[in-house]
Design a protein around this ligand. Structure first.
Ligand code: MLT
Length: 329
């Protein structure tokens, strides 16, 4: 189907679904389980945060949310699947910094347009990132690791969750800022990359704090530096890159729920309202914070805020990718 035919079909399907949802006698949304497509492997940070938020939103909605992992190509395979799903409120996409902002500048023939093919619904909390090596690696600081990278360009292997994933973007940003060269090793998600990092098959990773924390606490990985503005009590003694090696260096991963364009407004409103209720509950937000996740103020999380933020992040990543000289694939 051409993209015009796809858009026309989706519009027609959306109108049909809107008619059903809009009619007074129709069952209120949601009347059956909803699917959230997570475009990375099980066990990674996107999967983890999506499952936490999904569980709570499902409780508010009184319906289950099924998380379906569709990994590959830096999350763009899952995005493509979601972009083509029926726009009826029952299939949604967990998009992030890579799939919704950087992908258009990293892939020559991306088969979806993040803001044309999707409607933003709400933004999740953000996760800062942490520079990780195996527990018994000989590097004890970011300075050690970067000194090795300076001495031997392209020798250090950096695991990523695929081209355009946030672990890839942050590591490219780190390499460009520190003026070093790494060899990137793409996986289908952080889960498999982290397994190889623990096994010593790759040298380092920059990854989200939410899934790194248990590995660091369990003594399987060593945290060399954080990409947050300030140090985090959850990672005692771990300095920030911004406060030491690389002044001003910040990186974090953001995520949001996006609906295929044409999804009826009542469905979008119901999902957003359910998430806003969850955000107002300290037992939900405290649990997120205890896992190293940055909970955002409600004003930054609604559909309009997510749309504006996605657009501004696209501009940012277009610039970063161009300045870093990353050639689109
Ligand atoms: C990433 O972009 O690095 C993802 O968060 C990876 C993942 O969730 O596995």
């Amino acid at each position: 189907m051409t993209s015009i035919a796809t858009a026309a079909w989706r519009w027609a399907a959306g109108m049909a679904a809107a008619a059903i949802l809009g009619s007074a006698s129709a069952a209120p949304y949601p009347e059956r389980a909803i699917t959230w497509i997570v475009p990375f492997a099980v066990g990674g940070p996107t999967d983890a945060i999506a499952r936490t938020v999904a569980q709570r939103v499902a409780t508010e909605l009184g319906q289950s949310i099924i998380v379906e992992n569709v990994p590959g190509a830096g999350g763009t395979l899952g995005a493509m699947r979601a972009a083509r799903a029926q726009a009826d409120g029952y299939t949604l996409f967990v998009g992030h910094i890579g799939t919704m902002a950087a992908a258009p500048y990293l892939f020559k023939s991306l088969k979806y347009d993040p803001l044309r093919d999707f409607t933003p619904v709400f933004r999740f909390p953000d996760t800062p990132m942490v520079l990780l090596v195996k527990q018994d690696a000989r590097y004890n600081s970011a300075a050690d690791l970067l000194a090795e990278a300076r001495k031997h360009p392209e020798k250090l292997t950096f695991g990523t969750a695929g081209v355009g994933s946030s672990s890839h973007l942050a590591a490219e940003h780190l390499a460009a800022t520190a003026q070093v060269k790494f060899t990137f090793v793409p996986y289908k998600g952080t889960g498999p990359a982290m397994t190889d990092l623990m096994g010593g098959q790759i040298d380092a990773m920059l990854d989200q704090t939410n899934v790194s924390l248990p590995q660091v606490q369990g003594g399987r990985l060593k945290a060399l530096a954080l990409t947050s503005q300030s140090e985090m009590s959850l990672f005692p003694g771990v300095p920030t890159l911004a406060g030491g090696e690389l002044p001003g260096f910040l990186a974090s991963t953001w995520y949001g729920i996006y609906a295929p364009t044409g999804t009826p407004q009542p469905a979008i409103d119901a999902l957003r309202d359910a998430y806003m209720k969850a955000l107002a509950d300290p037992s939900f937000t405290d649990g997120l914070r205890q896992n190293g996740i940055d909970v955002l103020p409600a004003a930054q999380t609604g559909p309009d805020a997510l749309r504006d933020f996605t657009a501004s992040e696209q501009q940012k990543w277009q610039r970063v990718i161009r300045d870093a000289g990353i050639a689109p694939q």
